[in-house]
Write a protein that binds this ligand. Structure first.
Ligand code: AGP
Length: 622
C-alpha cells in the first residue's frame, strides 16, 4: 500500500505533489519521489525531471530544494516496500527504457519476473528490484511499438496494452515527454480517485491528498482507465469501452484531515472518540421501538428475521471489533455468530448456507484480504454487507449494502476511533436483530440509553490521559507486556496488545485471562507487566483470582476497572478507572486506557506513533 498523487494544471506541480505526499505518508513512508514534466531547455517539447529519495519525505524535500524541478504536470509516490528494499533506486517514479515515460504504481505485479526476463532478453536494462519498473518498461515498449499518430492516444493505448499483460494489482499514473500536460491513470485492486479541480485535475490514492484543492471526486472502479488534462478528462476501461462514473462530494474538510493542535494524529483520533462514537449511532436509535435502524443494510424485516447465522470478517483491529460483535450478537439476538480473519476466510471455502449473513469490517475499505473475503462470499452467492469508514472506498462500493462509521478520516496507522465506532455499529446491529427476536422493550431501551451516555463517559476517561501517561513512564523498561481479559473484554485484550506492539515495537500479547495458567503464566516476571481489563462485571471475581496468581509470581499489574473498585489498589500496582457501564458495552470504554497507555509509552520511547516502522495504514497488497 503506497501513496500516489498526480497533478496537471496551471500551478507549479512540485509543491502540490509534496503536500499531497505529506497527507498520504501514512500509506507508506520508506521512500518517495516525484517526476515533473518540465519545459525542455532547448525550448522544444518537454523533459521528465525525476527526483527520488529513500527515507522520510523530508529527504525528498531537501533534494528538491537543492535541485528543483519546475513544471505544471507531475506524478509522485510514497512507498511501502513490497519488492526490493527502501533505496533511492527502488523509489518511484520509474522510467521506461527510453527515459521519456514515467510511472508510479501501487500494488503487486505477480508475474513481473517472467515479464522482466523477457524484456531483459530484448535488451532492457533495469535499475531497481521492483515489479513496478517492469510495468513502466512494458508501457514504454508498447508505446515505442505503436503506430498511433496521436501521441496522447498512443500513451492511453500503450497503458491499456501493458495492463493486459500483467496479473496482480495496480493503481498507476503515467506520463510521457511527448504529451505535456497529459496524465493517464488506471486501477485494479488498488484505490485511485480523480480530483476535478477548476483548470486543474488530480489523481490520488485517496481523497485526503487532494481535499484541500477540490471536493469533487470520482472514485475509479477496478479496470477503469482515465486520462486527464487541466481542462478535460475521460474514463474508459482497460478493454477500450467508455466507462460509467459518478462525481461524489468529499465528506470531510481539510482541517479534519490535519492534526490540529495535537502532536500526533493518533492522539487526536483517540480524543475524537466522544464525537466519533456519537456519529456512529446518530440517527440510528429508534426510541419508540426500543431498537436501532441500519438503513444501508438493504434487508427487509423478513430477511433480517430469517438470518440464522452471521459471519464477521476483518483484519487486525477490525477483527477484534468483530470479536466483540460476536459476543454482542449472540448475547442480545441469540444468533450463532463467528469471526473469520479475512485472509483465512478467502481461502477456507467456508460452508455458508442461504440464511447466513456475511459482514466485512474495514476502516479503510481497501484492505485487500477483506476485499477478497467479500468477493469470496459474493462468489458463493451471498449478500455481503460492509461496515466501513472510508466513503467511496472499494469495499463500500462493491459490497451489497452496509453502514458507514462516519468517524471522519483516521490517519494514524494505529486504529483507535475506528475500533470503538465499529463496536458501536455492531451493538446497533445486535439490538436491531435482538428486538426482532427475544430482546425485551425494557432491555432495548436500557441499551439505547447506555449508548447515549457513552460519549460523556469516554470523555471522562480521556481526562485521565496524564495519569495514564505517568503509569506508562513507570514501565518503559518492560521487556514485554501481557493483556488479559475475559468475555466481552477478551477481544479488548487482543486490541490492547496490538496497539502496544505496533507502535512501541515491544513484544505484547493478548489472552483470555483464564488461559494464563495454560502456559502464558510462564511469561510473567518482574520485567513483564500484565494489564488486566477487568470492569466490575460477571467475571470480575475470576479476574481478581487471576490477578493474584500474577502477583504471586512478582508480575507487575496494571488494572483497568470500574470506578469504585478501590479494593484493587491493594493488590494491583496501578489502577485506571472507567465509569460504570453494562458488560456488553464495556469494551468501548475499557479500550480507551489501553490506547492512551500504548500511545504515551511509545512516545516516551521516542517511537513515531503515527508512522510505525514496517507498517502502513491500509494494507492493499497481499
Ligand atoms: C490496527 O491498528 C492496524 N492498523 C491494522 O491491524 C488494521 O486494523 C488492519 O490492517 C485492518 O485495516 P482496515 O480496518 O482498514 O481494513
Amino acid at each position: 500500500m503506497c501513496g500516489i498523487i498526480g497533478y496537471v494544471g496551471k500551478a507549479e506541480a512540485t509543491p502540490i505533489l509534496l503536500e499531497g505526499l505529506r497527507r498520504l505518508e501514512y500509506r507508506g513512508y520508506d521512500s518517495s519521489g516525484v517526476a515533473i514534466l518540465s519545459d525542455s531547455a532547448s525550448g522544444e517539447g518537454s523533459d521528465i525531471q525525476t527526483r527520488k529519495r529513500s527515507g522520510r519525505l523530508d529527504n525528498l524535500r531537501t533534494l528538491l530544494t537543492e535541485n528543483p524541478a519546475a513544471g505544471h504536470c507531475g506524478i509522485s509516490h510514497t512507498r511501502w516496500a513490497t519488492h526490493g528494499e527502501a533505496t533511492d533506486e527502488n523509489a518511484h517514479p520509474h522510467l521506461d527504457q527510453s527515459g521519456k515515460l514515467a510511472m508510479v504504481h501501487n500494488g503487486v505485479i505477480e508475474n513481473y519476473q517472467v515479464l522482466k526476463d523477457h524484456l531483459e532478453e530484448e535488451g532492457h536494462i533495469f535499475h531497481s528490484q521492483t515489479d513496478s519498473e517492469v510495468l513502466a518498461h512494458l508501457v514504454g515498449n508498447a508505446y515505442e511499438a505503436s503506430t498511433e499518430k496521436d501521441q496522447r492516444r498512443r500513451l492511453v493505448e500503450a497503458v491499456r496494452e501493458a495492463l493486459h499483460l500483467v496479473s496482480g494489482t495496480y493503481g498507476i499514473v503515467a506520463m510521457h515527454e511527448d504529451s505535456p500536460g497529459f496524465l493517464v491513470g488506471a486501477r485494479f485492486g488498488s484505490p485511485l480517485v480523480v480530483g476535478l479541480g477548476k483548470g486543474e485535475k488530480f489523481l490520488a490514492s485517496d481523497v485526503g491528498a487532494i481535499v484541500s484543492h477540490t471536493t469533487d471526486a470520482i472514485y475509479l472502479r477496478d479496470r477503469d482507465l482515465v486520462w486527464l488534462t487541466e481542462d478535460d478528462f475521460a474514463i474508459e476501461n482497460v478493454d477500450g469501452d467508455a466507462a460509467e462514473y459518478e462525481v461524489s462530494t468529499v465528506d470531510f474538510t481539510p482541517e479534519q484531515a490535519e492534526k490540529g493542535d495535537y502532536p500526533h494524529y493518533m492522539l487526536k483520533e483517540i480524543f475524537e472518540q466522544p464525537t466519533s462514537i456519537q456519529n456512529a449511532f446518530r440517527g440510528r436509535l429508534v426510541d419508540d421501538q426500543a431498537s436501532a435502524i441500519l438503513g444501508g443494510l438493504g434487508l427487509t424485516p423478513r430477511e433480517l428475521r430469517d438470518v440464522d447465522r452471521i459471519v464477521l470478517c476483518g483484519c487486525g483491529t477490525a477483527s477484534h471489533a468483530a470479536m466483540v460483535g460476536e459476543y454482542l450478537i449472540e448475547h442480545l439476538a441469540r444468533i450463532p455468530t463467528e469471526v473469520e480473519i479475512a485472509s483465512e476466510f478467502r481461502y477456507r471455502n467456508p460452508p455458508l448456507d442461504k440464511n447466513t449473513l456475511v459482514f466485512v469490517l474495514s476502516q479503510s475499505g481497501e484492505t485487500i484480504d477483506t476485499l477478497a473475503a467479500m468477493r469470496e462470499g459474493q462468489r458463493k452467492g451471498h449478500r455481503v454487507l460492509g461496515i466501513v469508514n472510508s466513503v467511496g472506498s472499494t469495499i463500500a462500493r462493491e459490497s451489497d449494502g452496509g453502514s458507514y462509521l462516519y468517524s471522519g478520516p483516521e490517519i494514524g496507522v494505529a486504529a483507535t476511533k475506528s475500533f470503538t465506532s465499529q463496536v458501536t455499529l455492531l451493538t446497533l446491529l445486535a439490538i436491531l436483530l435482538g428486538r426482532m427476536r427475544h430482546l425485551s422493550v425494557d432491555a432495548g431501551q436500557q441499551m439505547l440509553k447506555e449508548l447515549r451516555d457513552l460519549p460523556a463517559k469516554v470523555g471522562k476517561i480521556l481526562s485521565q490521559s496524564e495519569h495514564i501517561r505517568q503509569i506508562a513512564l513507570k514501565y518503559l523498561d518492560a521487556k514485554g507486556m501481557l493483556f488479559l481479559g475475559r468475555q466481552f473484554n477478551y477481544p479488548t485484550a487482543l486490541e490492547g496488545a496490538l496497539k502496544m506492539k505496533e507502535i512501541s515495537y515491544i513484544f505484547a500479547s493478548g489472552h483470555a485471562a483464564a488461559e494464563l495458567k495454560h502456559g502464558i503464566i510462564a511469561l510473567v516476571s518482574e520485567e513483564t507487566p500484565s494489564v488486566f481489563i477487568m470492569p466490575k462485571d460477571s467475571v470480575y471475581e475470576k479476574n481478581v483470582s487471576t490477578l493474584e496468581e500474577v502477583k504471586a509470581r512478582k508480575g507487575p499489574v496494571i488494572a483497568v476497572t470500574t470506578e469504585g473498585s478501590t479494593e484493587l489498589e491493594r493488590i494491583a500496582d496501578d489502577v485506571i478507572y472507567i465509569p460504570p457501564v453494562s458488560e456488553m458495552l464495556s469494551p468501548i470504554l475499557s479500550v480507551i486506557p489501553l490506547q492512551l497507555l500504548s500511545y504515551h509509552f511509545s512516545v516516551a520511547l521516542g517511537c513515531d506513533v503515527d508512522k510505525p516502522r514496517n507498517l502502513a495504514k491500509s494494507v492493499t497488497v497481499e
